[in-house]
Design a protein around this ligand. Sequence first.
Ligand code: FMN
Length: 170
Amino acid sequence: MEVFDAVRTALAVRSYEDRPVPEETVRRILEAGRLTASSMNKQPWHFIVVRDRDTLRQLGSLVSTGPYIVQAPMAIAVAVDRNNRFSVSDGSRAVQSMVLTAWSEGVGSNWVGFAGGLENVKPLLGIPDGLDVLTIVTFGYPAQPGGRGRKNRKPLSEIAHRERFGQPIE
Ligand SMILES: Cc1cc2nc3c(=O)[nH]c(=O)nc-3n(C[C@H](O)[C@H](O)[C@H](O)COP(=O)(O)O)c2cc1C
């Protein structure tokens, strides 16, 4: 899949088929995160792959905005260095690499939660104090195919400017 096509068609996927994501695909998703650029190349991230059903069930009840984690075949918790002020940017870029790589292999995903609001999952995953949980990203084959390409986004005319703010791009 072309990069632009992946960006154009990827949507948040919150319900999944009951089949595992192959280990080879999981490795590729992790590699996409690992290879992402970061500020000063600090790579301030850790990726915790969760496939265990009971852990996914517990995550689903701990994270109020992601009850469907329980239904996902796999999730990756992204933990970032608390003392690095670029951690959120760096970690978010790594997530985007992983999301697009997954999508290019037919695997849907969604970002759940945000740094600061996920402290309660740290004991469950054994995440040390020096790290913040940036997000838990769910992954799986979409239960409803069909969603591709239907985006609800602001038009370019509303958010893009030529040379100076307020000058139309067209
Ligand atoms: C920083 C961030 C936090 C998000 N938090 C949640 C969340 O807690 N729960 C959830 O279901 N989706 C969450 N999302 C997913 C967004 O709701 C979703 O990407 C957005 O509505 C666009 O969806 P679409 O690509 O299907 O149009 C989050 C996305 C981002 C980037």
